[in-house]
Design a protein around this ligand. Sequence first.
Ligand SMILES: [Zn+2]
Ligand SMILES: [Zn+2]
Ligand SMILES: [Zn+2]
Ligand SMILES: [Zn+2]
Length: 206
Amino acid sequence: IKSYNELLDEDLKKASQKEGVKSKGIPSEEKCPECGRPLVIKSGKYGKFKACSGFPECRYKKSLNTKEAKPLDEKCPECGSQLVLRQGRYGSFIACSNYPRCKYIKKENKDTGIGCPECSGTIVMKKTKKGKVFYGCSNFPKCRFASWDEPVSRPCPKCGRVLVFRKNLIKGKSYLYCGNKDCDYKEFIDREKIWGKKRNKEVGAD
Ligand SMILES: [Zn+2]
Ligand SMILES: [Zn+2]
Ligand SMILES: [Zn+2]
Ligand SMILES: [Zn+2]
C-alpha cells in the first residue's frame, strides 16, 4: 500500500504531464514555506491538495482533506500528538495529527486472543477492501484460515473442539456452530446475553 504522500506525488506527476490550465492549478494566496513561490490548488484522484507552483523543482505539497479528520481521544505512541480518524481511498484509518511530520498509522487489526485452529497463531479481526469484517489468522499469508463468522472462545459441547463460531443473523437469533465440519452442534443464543457479556480473555501463552 502506498502512502498518501506517494499517491499525491503520482497525482502531481500526472497533472504536470498534462498541458493546459488544469496542470497549473488554481492559484492561492498562500506561499510555499519551502521556497516562497505561490501555492496552487490542484485536484487529483486522491482529493484536492495544494502544491508549490515551482514543481517539479520544489516538491512541497499539502493535503486539503485535513478537515475530514476527526480527532480521537488517543495519543500517538510515537510522538504524543493526538490521533485522528482520516478518510482515505481505502477506507477510514487512524493516523497521527502531526502528519506528515509523523507517519504513524494505527493498524486496525484486532486480535481476538483466540487461537487459530490451524496453526499456533491467533485470530484477528480484519476488513476486506470493501469494509466487510472477517476473521483471519495472525500468521497470514502463511496460514490461510479465514471466517466470516466471529470465533468464540468456548469449546464445543459435542466434540470438544476449542473453536466455536457465532453466526450473526440480522433478523432472528444468532447461533453458535462448531468449526468442525463433521460436527452438527448448533445452539441458538440470546442476543442480549452475548452482547451484555464481555468476552473473557483466555489468551494462551503461545
Ligand atoms: Zn516551493
Ligand atoms: Zn505521531
Ligand atoms: Zn493460523
Ligand atoms: Zn463440535
